[in-house]
Design a protein around this ligand. Structure first.
Ligand SMILES: C[S@@+](CC[C@H](N)C(=O)[O-])C[C@H]1O[C@@H](n2cnc3c(N)ncnc32)[C@H](O)[C@@H]1O
Length: 277
């Protein structure tokens, strides 16, 4: 088993991936990228980084598997319940006090739990029909899972339902899904009628629309500061003035070039409001 990879080998890997498939991992945080590459080597019993590079070069199907394994897809419904409380009690009412309809972007939506959380919250507020949601991710297999809305019962009960109760949801979470065979549940498709799922790479794609609320949580943590800064600028441009931007609770933008164009409205849950173009 390989225990370490030279930085030069990681650079070579990134270069091949960029040349062949036009995905650029050069500005990902190299320590976590290295851990993920080591994991791929172990799972697929590949003997060296060089062998991995050769496989990626000539096997486009394997590259899809690699991309799926290199990205960290861990997510939950109502992850950080106090954020969802803030959305329900302050952020969304504030937006709807001045808007008839709003547009939301979940950037890095993974398998879609965050999107369902938003749709459930909006439904309980009677606002679901007034919202258009864009849900994007770089990883197409995970996006396919998001579209399918099929999750394990175990996760629904052990993780998602607990978060929903902590948030103070007004129904039972089970009202929003039906149990299917094999220990799975299928989310109610009517929840996501106004959701557009799209493959989108934050590294290479620029502004594609303007939003009233953007959530990009637990994604930028995998990027280095230079890339985070570029992506923060893109998000700033993608937001209307006086609209909201939410990142992960362990992330921050206060050091970035656009920091002075935002005010912080919830320092625990990293909710920012754009106040300057
Ligand atoms: C840990 S998940 C976060 C999911 C959800 N936002 C949450 O907080 O629970 C990170 C997601 O970011 C996606 N991602 C990584 N690099 C990306 C990129 N360059 N463009 C778009 N999405 C990316 C991954 O595929 C993964 O699904």
């Amino acid at each position: 088993m390989i225990e370490d990879i030279e930085i030069s080998e990681l650079r070579n890997l990134c270069q091949i991936v960029k040349e062949k498939y036009n995905y650029d991992f050069n500005n990902y945080a190299m320590s976590s990228f290295k851990r993920r590459v080591l994991r791929v080597l172990e799972i697929h019993k590949i003997s060296s980084t060089l062998a991995l590079i050769e496989k990626i070069k000539y096997d486009a199907a394997f590259f899809k598997v690699f991309l799926n394994e290199i990205t960290v897809n861990v997510t939950e419904m109502f992850r950080d319940p106090s954020l969802w409380r803030d959305l329900r009690d302050k952020i969304l009412p504030n937006l709807f006090s001045t808007h008839e309809t709003i547009k939301i972007w979940h950037a890095g939506c993974s398998s879609g739990e965050e999107v369902y959380s938003m749709c459930i919250l909006l439904k309980e507020m009677g606002l679901l029909h007034k919202v258009k949601i864009y849900a994007t991710d770089i990883d197409e297999p995970i996006l396919a899972k998001a579209k399918e809305g099929k999750y394990t019962i175990k996760n629904m009960i052990d993780v998602n339902e607990k978060n929903y109760i902590r948030l103070g949801g007004i129904q039972k979470l089970s009202d929003y899904y039906t149990e299917t065979s094999g220990g799975f549940v299928k989310m109610n498709p009517s929840l996501v009628e106004n959701v557009v799922y799209r493959s989108h790479d934050l590294v290479k794609s620029g502004v594609f629309n303007k939003f009233d609320l953007i959530l990009c949580r637990n994604v930028l943590i995998y990027f280095n500061q230079q890339l985070q800064n570029d992506v923060f600028k893109m998000f700033h441009e993608s937001l209307f003035n006086y609209s909201y931007f939410i990142i992960g609770s362990k992330e921050t933008l206060i050091w970035s070039d656009v920091a002075s164009k935002f005010i912080i409205v919830n320092s625990e849950e990293k909710v920012f409001k754009k106040v300057k173009e």
